[in-house]
Design a binder for this molecule. Structure first.
Ligand code: PEP
Ligand code: MG
Length: 589
């Protein structure tokens, strides 16, 4: 059994499919002369399949997310079809008698060395594109060699060092039952994607690709953070039973989609969705979300080969508005930096402390042209929303000071003036701040004078408050939303917003976690934004808890001085209040 960090609840049993397996263990045995021709044929077959797959992905993503997002797959197809790519591989197979898989690894090494020497950040970023293309072809080589392990069918457990954003998008095509990664933690890409699709996941499992091979039977226990590799049959069957119960529970909960979200004593709640794409917006509606609490627009930039222009942005925002009829849609401006890079904005990984550096609103201010384009697109989309009986709110990430709020207000005003002068239809929108920096949380009263609403980005707030990187499993025991200082700060912020009647949402991952939900409810929060997959279970949990219960549990939690103490209290209380939902709870250290 391997221990990691539980990041998405539930239990899954399936067959391991290792991504990047080839990089860990390429087969370097030389080919016999008689095998050269068949190796060339294998390579061509894998290349063809990878090309077809990329084209199909581009079409699918174009229809679900938009043309701009699909472009990354077109770029990958261009690399794949580049004659130099296959000429080199063929040469190494014929002349050096390398197996195709080993030739692919050599190609990647060669390009990585070459591009990393260029000093050009854009070119350096292309290494990851080449890596993705090579990985895709390699996966098909394995597929061709072991047809009984067709990686695209059956109950798959995806195993990887780390999941790249584009891989996460691609997983949408596959029947993935579980995810296990070495890197990442609660708030990393892999975790967010896993939760948004309701897939049990465990991150932070040391040396995962050394211990698990494609084809192994793997159990993922996303409640406790356990991963079992080739367990004895009786253990596997016990977990299969739990997996069936998990599915059954999810189906049962999905049936509450039309019911309003209310506590056991009838207090009405807003359960909103965090989304990254139009497809997510549709899923959110299907899960019963009553609006979009956070649209992370950077995914539009991350999946786009160059800056998406105003028209492209308006089209995506409109699609999201249309997928959430009559609801409020909160659009967050570009939040790049930290773990997300967009090379064409001059952003690179080279800062010593990227999470403390040039990220988010700080980067947007340095690109006033791109930034204003985005603001104009949002204001135009807001007009569309109004005509559909909905509304748009505009939210700015990582706000640290009052000056920044003043500056964004000026820029929104400028964008509106430009639209007016150009005779384009737009609507004014409430301007809100994401509360993610402890400095802003401490001075919440002053900040509230400049914000129409507040949304707590607890993923970042917790990492900054606890000085513990949200993506580093080595410090995930510290990066905990239930840490006593976090609870105290959140309590302070929620009280301040209620006192001033400022609309407040929590949109960090904690809003969808049962234990944290109860505490936030006790603090007075009534608007929660989360991965769509969590909405049914949080709605069900709300039905089991009264506001008085939540206040009493909070009162006791605030007296605890350790994370473990708070966790233990909440674990016990949840078992008492909602024993049927135990499968959806996550036990953190
Ligand atoms: C957060 O920080 O809590 C948040 C919701 O934003 P993101 O996860 O995109 O940084
Ligand atoms: Mg954030």
């Amino acid at each position: 059994m391997r221990k990691g960090v539980a990041v998405s609840p539930g239990v899954a049993v399936g067959t391991a499919y290792c991504i990047h397996e080839i990089f860990v263990n390429p087969d370097t045995q030389r080919l016999e002369e008689a095998d050269v021709a068949s190796e060339l044929a294998l390579f061509e077959e894998a290349r063809e399949k990878a090309g077809d797959e990329l084209r199909a992905m581009a079409i699918k993503v174009a229809s679900q997310i938009g043309d701009s997002a699909a472009r990354i797959f077109a770029v990958h197809e261009t690399i794949l079809r580049d004659p130099v790519f296959s000429r080199k591989i063929r040469h190494w197979i014929v002349e050096d008698r390398l197996k195709a898989a080993a030739a692919l690894v050599r190609l990647l090494d060669e390009y990585s060395t070459l591009l990393s020497r260029t000093g050009d950040d854009y070119l350096k970023e292309r290494i990851s594109d080449i890596r993705e293309v090579v990985t895709r072809v390699s996966a098909h080589l394995t597929d061709v060699l072991k047809p009984q392990l067709n990686p695209l069918i059956g109950s798959l457990i995806v195993v990887a060092d780390e999941l790249l954003p584009s891989q996460a998008v691609a997983l949408g095509d596959i029947d993935v039952r579980g995810i296990v990664t070495q890197g990442g933690s609660q708030t990393s890409h892999a975790a967010i994607v896993a939760r948004s699709r309701g897939i049990p996941a465990v991150c932070g499992v040391e040396g995962v690709l050394r211990h698990i091979k494609t084809g192994d039977t793997v159990v993922v226990d996303g409640r406790e953070g356990h991963v079992l590799v080739n367990p004895p049959p009786e253990t596997a069957s016990a977990f299969r039973k739990l997996e069936r119960e998990f599915f059954h529970l999810k189906d049962q909960l999905a049936a509450n989609r039309e019911h309003p979200a209310v506590t056991a004593d009838g207090e009405r709640l807003e359960l909103l969705a965090n989304i990254n794409s139009v497809a997510d917006a549709r899923a959110a509606c299907a899960m019963g979300a009553t609006g979009i609490g956070l649209f992370r627009t950077e995914y539009l930039y991350l999946t786009h080969a160059s800056v998406p222009d105003e028209e492209e942005q308006v089209a995506v925002y409109r699609d999201i508005i249309d997928a959430s009829p009559g609801h409020q849609v909160t659009i967050r401006t570009l939040d790049i930096g930290g773990d997300k890079t967009v090379p064409y904005l001059g952003h690179t990984h080279q800062e010593a402390n990227p999470f403390l550096g040039w990220r988010s609103i700080r980067l947007s201010f340095e690109h006033p042209q791109f930034f204003t384009t985005q603001l104009r697109a949002v204001l135009r989309a807001a007009h569309h929303a109004q005509s559909r009986g909905g509304a748009v709110r505009l939210m700015f990430p990582m706000i640290t000071t009052v000056e920044e709020m003043r500056r964004v207000r000026r820029m929104v005003h400028q964008a509106a003036t430009q639209l007016q002068e150009a005779g384009k239809a737009f609507a004014s929108v409430p301007i809100g701040m994401m509360l993610e920096v402890p400095a802003a949380a401490i001075s919440i009263e002053a900040m509230l004078r400049h914000a129409d609403f507040v949304s707590v980005g607890s993923n970042d707030l917790v990492q900054y408050l606890m000085a513990a990187d949200r993506d580093n499993p080595k410090v995930s025991h510290l990066c905990q939303p239930l840490a006593p200082p976090v609870l105290r700060l959140l309590n302070h912020v929620i009280k301040a917003c209620r006192k001033r009647n400022k609309p407040l949402t929590v949109c960090g991952e904690m809003a969808g976690q049962p234990r944290a939900f109860v505490l936030l409810l006790g603090m007075g929060l009534r608007s929660f934004s989360m991965s769509p997959a969590f909405i049914p279970s949080i709605k069900e949990l709300a039905n089991h808890v009264t506001v008085a219960d939540a206040q009493e549990i909070l009162r006791r939690a605030l007296k605890r001085s350790t994370i473990r103490g708070v966790q233990r209290l909440l674990g016990e209380e949840l078992k008492r209040l909602a024993p049927d939902l135990a499968l959806l709870d996550i036990a953190t250290p």
